[in-house]
Design a protein around this ligand. Structure first.
Ligand code: ARG
Length: 472
């Protein structure tokens, strides 16, 4: 970037030059340059509309559109020369245009302000990124379903309060994450509807006296709707905050999965091995294999939450309508997009390469009286009120603990001391696998139910961007 001072495109009413520090302080170009493609896309559509409406001569519109295409190529290839005074991507492109084709280039900004332009760019950018993210979410969902199919007979101790609770199928656990991701995709799809509204033509805040055909521009840009109030249109960044919130929940889901992996891959648990490609070593302890990827996804969740707070705080005290504060929407949004995409990509790879230690999980699932609830439910089938059954089995468990025995090791004669109606049938409900398959309520962990979940997941799979954007 050249530091040479040049006259700014807006300098008509100024006689002095901008302070150097102010130029640097106010510039968004270092980060909004990533919007260049969308900025040009918006300008091309705007110009076509201006030419079609006869607001500018169609021949000028043609030249502008052509030159914008060339500028796009130059920026892509790195040949475009940015200057310090450009301030932001919008000014840089317009300056480049005027340098290229002369004063006619100045017609591109007819009936437009940077206020409606920047919001349009942000919406075009976010629309594309949500599409990418939806595809990645669908990819991670497929990974979870693939693992669930592979582990459909693997038994896992299920926990509540981080205490062993009841045995479940590992597939059931994995499909729980598919459900979370399905909600994330649904939320992002709904957010997309609100992102896909075009502010262009709202001009600075009040609209314009020139006869724009906003609906035509919107059609060219593929927007689903045109904003209904120009003041709202230039001051609104709800869509940015909403997206970052949706991203926060998505990251939180990823983080919780990572947390389980971190615990499960410890020597104490030994439920899972993360492949070498997704772990790192210690610089001092030769024996270590650390789950750094999972830890970083967990930490980056906090980073996205921080971005949400930044955005909400920027918005909360703004008087109507556009204020320069809104320029601070970009870095939190870009950082959120980058973080979410990177986290999803790395997790798809890591999850797909996990090795579960089925035997360890099974051993642990059988310990800790994990089927005590099944014995209580067995008593319920004998007519015992559940609360009483709970008490009976509780005392029985205490009896077993005192003797260092499992429930299945207590003979009927002793069981009857706790409840006279016990019969042989009790031994059938104690084994872990039996207990799992007995939980056959809709959405329960019985294999039959889990297979239904897999079937439904496969039937509705592959949504991604195509489904959300209605282009399938
Ligand atoms: N760089 C600015 C932003 O990101 C563009 C809009 C500036 N508009 C203005 N009237 N100063 O918000």
């Amino acid at each position: 970037m050249s530091g040479k001072t040049r006259r700014k495109l807006w300098s008509g009413r100024f006689s002095g030059e901008t302070d150097r520090l102010v130029e640097v302080f106010t510039a968004s170009l270092p980060f909004d340059v990533r919007l260049f493609d969308h900025d040009i896309e918006g300008s091309v559509a705007h110009c076509r509309m201006l030419g079609r409406q006869g607001i500018i001569p169609p021949a000028d519109a043609e030249r502008i559109v052509e030159a914008l295409g060339e500028i796009r190529e130059e920026i892509r290839s790195g040949a475009f020369r940015f200057v310090q005074a450009d301030e932001d991507i919008h000014m840089a492109v317009e300056r480049g245009l005027i340098e290229r084709i002369g004063p006619a280039g100045g017609k591109v900004h007819t009936g437009r302000s940077r206020n409606d332009q920047v919001s349009t760019d942000m919406r075009l950018y976010l629309r594309a990124e949500i599409g990418d993210i939806l595809d990645l979410v669908a990819g991670l969902q497929r990974t979870f379903v693939g693992l669930a199919k592979r582990e459909v007979d693997t038994i896992l101790p299920g926990y509540t309060h981080m205490q062993k609770a009841q045995p479940v199928l590992l597939a059931h656990y994995l499909l729980a994450f598919r459900e979370m991701l399905a909600r994330d995709a649904q939320r992002l799809g709904e957010c997309l509807e609100r992102v896909n509204v075009m502010p262009l033509g709202s001009a600075a805040l009040a609209g314009t006296s020139l006869p724009l055909d906003r609906k035509y521009t919107a059609k060219l840009l593929g927007f689903g709707a045109v904003s209904a109030n120009s003041m709202d249109a230039v001051s609104d960044r709800d869509f940015v905050a909403e997206f970052i919130f949706d991203a926060s929940l998505l990251m939180m889901h990823l983080s919780r999965f990572c947390e389980d992996l971190i615990i499960w891959s410890s020597g104490e648990f030994g439920f899972v091995e993360i492949s070498d490609a997704y772990t790192t070593g210690s610089s001092i302890m030769p024996q270590k294999k650390n789950p750094d990827v999972a830890e970083l996804v967990r930490a980056k969740t906090g980073r996205v939450y921080g971005n949400l707070m930044r955005m909400l705080t920027v918005l909360k005290g703004l008087p109507m309508t556009y204020n320069r504060d809104l320029q601070e929407d970009k870095e939190p949004l870009f950082d959120t997009v980058d973080t979410v995409k990177a986290s999803l990509m790395v997790l798809i790879g890591m999850a797909g390469n996990l090795t579960f230690n089925r035997q360890r999980m099974m051993e642990e699932a059988a310990k800790g009286f994990s089927t005590a609830t099944d014995v209580a439910e067995y008593l319920v089938t004998k007519g015992v009120p559940f609360r009483e059954a709970h008490g009976i089995v509780g005392r029985l468990v205490a009896y077993c603990i005192a003797r260092g025995k499992g429930l299945e090791e207590i003979p009927l004669r002793e069981l009857r001391k706790f409840y006279t109606g016990f019969d042989d049938g009790v031994y059938a409900v104690i084994p872990v696998k039996k207990a799992v398959n007995a939980r056959s309520t809709l959405g329960g962990t019985a294999k039959k139910e889990v297979l239904k979940q897999i079937e439904r997941a496969e039937r509705t799979a592959g949504g991604g961007r195509r489904k959300a954007m209605g282009t399938s």
